[in-house]
Design a protein around this ligand. Structure first.
Ligand code: G6P
Length: 611
């Protein structure tokens, strides 16, 4: 995955690069490095481990340059080591490159370079890039800036795969080139300065004006100028866009961790995602979604495609859309969908959910769906993200930047937006009006109900203290409660490293119940009035076998159970927005009890921009 950051301006680059890298560590933290221009010459400093290790690396004190690039690595090609850390340089130390992505044809390119006398010191795919730039540069007949630019575009024309690159050259100590293809990169615009980053929050404290690059677009920068061009060197006109996120949104603001802060932000993020889309006593408003009754009546299948938590939001979306729009919905992991030749035609509507909008599998699935003739809708939290640029329509969740690797506020914002989409389509179709009206009213109550849920954390904390040493847990639920069970189980795995499985309650008897014995923890979600009796029977079955239970419910239970977390009553279709919160908190407190890094769990990255 990796994160990249850059600065060109009049301030010292080092603190800006280190600050940006530490904010991008959620993208990978195997190693880190920077390159700056010191007295017209490139100097690189790298270190194994985290950005905090890089800060202490030898030579860091002497770095004073006002132009530089930085990288935090999530290893793909080559183990985490200093040699494999970025920035990488060519053999003559004339070019420095940081890279996020994967060069799929690097082995062929390496052979080509070896045949031309180049040698390699790392096992990375990236090291071919500075050497190819050097190869083209040394063969070039061009002069001036064009010589540097052409060497970079010629190089990129040879690369297969994904890349966001920042490139420095000794011969151009006042310039930097950046380019992206299928990996994220944004350029923040300041006064005679530019900030480059893999995402907006990492540089939000410096600027709110951003240039968003499309695939295969290059930027050639000096301190006071920026030129954009395509791979045929044709100039492109670009306007900076103003981003309304506030800088504080990317800070912990008094919370111990980003995850806890983000859990507590859910009332606000739901309120902002609802915005003026749903208002009392009026129809929903989704001006970005141009759907006609004729078109919706022609749709015979909806696919919801996503990864991880976003896919779990999709499961809730399925119930919402099927209940309100009477159209069959299938939810699929993007990594499966993209390789299985799904049956799609112009009567298929595909909805892609991605917080970051940069998940490689989701982007590939979206491209496939478009190629096969489906209409596509993207649901994303990041303005200008890749999926938003690929899809026919984009609807944004307004959750603000989500920094913790484990997704919380984006999930609930995705569900509320899916609910609004379902309502909107049902209104256009003119069906299920009573249900729709009820749901609209219930959605408006959610922000204050979330605040209520967040007031009662003591029992959750106490349960976490009891169970944090356990090795296995089970999550059960029926209908949308099962969707929430899946998400609760994923949260627990991600940040506490406890093995857990989620099952539809009715499936317990078909295998998992064999694993229930004295003191095993079973976590149950119970918000569907119509299924309460059945769900209680399932809980009784595990209690009889000695399980301890943690039940999240908005129903009156006429039995006494171990720990019961009561949440406010709401429409069952949107109950996951409330019922997931105690599960997010349970995973959080268990992780804290275990003394783990909640925001940056091992092996995980927030945005998976490789397959
Ligand atoms: C990674 C993250 C998850 C996230 C998933 C999808 O696995 O660790 O938290 O749910 O990617 O990310 P997206 O940005 O596409 O929603």
């Amino acid at each position: 995955m990796c994160g990249i950051v850059g600065y060109i301006g009049r301030k010292e680059a080092k603190p800006i690069l280190l600050n940006g890298l530490s904010r991008l560590e959620y993208r990978g933290y195997d190693s880190a490095g920077i390159a700056t221009i010191e007295s017209d010459k490139i100097v690189t400093i790298k270190s194994l481990g985290r950005v905090s290790d890089l800060e202490k690396a030898t030579g860091m004190d002497a770095i004073k340059g006002t132009l530089g690039i930085g990288h935090t690595r999530w290893a793909t090609h080559g183990k985490p080591s200093k040699e494999n850390s970025h920035p990488h340089m060519d053999n003559s130390n004339s070019f420095a490159v940081v890279h996020n992505g994967i060069i799929e044809n690097y082995a062929n390119l390496k052979d080509f370079l070896i045949n031309n006398g180049y040698t390699f010191i790392s096992q990375t795919d990236t090291e071919v890039i500075p050497n190819l730039i050097h190869f083209h540069y040394s063969q070039s007949n061009e002069t001036g800036n064009k010589k540097f630019i052409k060497a970079v575009t010629d190089t990129c024309n040879m690369l297969k795969g994904s890349y966001a690159l920042e490139i420095l050259a000794n011969d151009f100590p006042d310039n930097m080139i950046v380019v992206r293809k299928d990996s994220p990169l944004v350029i923040g615009k300041g006064q005679d300065e530019k900030y480059i980053s893999s995402d907006i929050p990492a540089i939000l404290s410096f600027t709110k004006d951003f240039y968003l690059l499309n695939d295969n677009e290059f930027a050639f920068m000096s301190r006071d100028n920026i030129e954009f061009f395509d791979k045929g060197l044709r100039p492109i006109q670009k306007q900076a866009q103003n981003i309304t996120w506030n800088a504080g949104a990317a800070e912990k603001e008094g919370f111990e961790d980003f995850m806890l802060k983000e859990i507590h932000e859910q009332s606000k993020s739901i309120r902002e995602t609802i915005g003026s889309r749903i208002q009392e006593n009026s129809l929903s408003s989704l001006p970005d979604l141009e759907m006609t009754k004729e078109y919706l009546e022609s749709v015979n299948k909806i696919f919801i495609i996503a990864c991880g938590t976003a896919m779990h939001a999709g499961y809730v979306g399925k119930t919402l859309i099927e209940s309100l729009c009477n159209i069959p919905v299938e939810v699929e992991a993007a990594s499966e969908f993209r390789y299985r030749n799904p049956i799609i035609n112009d009567k298929t509507l595909c909805l892609f959910i991605s917080q970051s909008g940069e998940t490689a599998d989701t982007i590939a699935a979206l491209k496939l769906a478009r190629f096969k003739g489906a209409r596509t809708i993207a649901v994303s939290n990041v303005i200008g993200s890749s999926i938003s640029r690929e899809a026919d329509y984009t609807l944004y969740t307004h959750a603000g930047p989500e920094i913790a690797v484990a997704s919380t506020k984006a999930y609930t914002a995705q569900i509320v937006l899916l609910a609004i989409i379902a309502i909107h389509c049902a209104e256009i179709l003119g069906i299920n009006q009573e249900k729709v009206q009820e749901l609209r009213n219930d959605i408006l109550l959610l922000p204050s109900q979330i605040e209520e849920v967040l007031k009662n954390t003591n029992d959750i904390k106490a349960f976490a203290q009891r169970v944090y040493k356990e090795e296995d847990m089970f999550f059960i639920g029926r209908g949308v409660d099962y969707a929430v069970a899946l998400e609760g189980s994923l949260k627990l795995k991600e940040i506490s490293y406890i093995h857990s499985e989620a099952y539809p309650s009715g499936e317990l008897k078909h295998g998992p119940i064999a694993l229930i014995e004295n003191d095993v923890t079973v976590i149950s979600v119970l918000t569907d009035r119509l299924l309460t009796e059945k769900a209680i029977s399932n809980i009784q079955e595990v209690v009889t076998r000695g399980a301890k239970t943690f039940i999240v419910t908005n129903q009156e239970l006429n039995h006494s159970f171990d720990t019961v977390i009561n949440i406010p009553k709401t429409n069952v279709l949107i109950s996951p927005i409330l019922s997931v919160i105690p599960l997010q908190l349970l995973a959080y407190y268990i992780s804290k009890e275990k003394g783990l890094d909640v925001d940056k769990p091992r092996n995980l990255a927030k945005s998976v921009t490789v397959e």
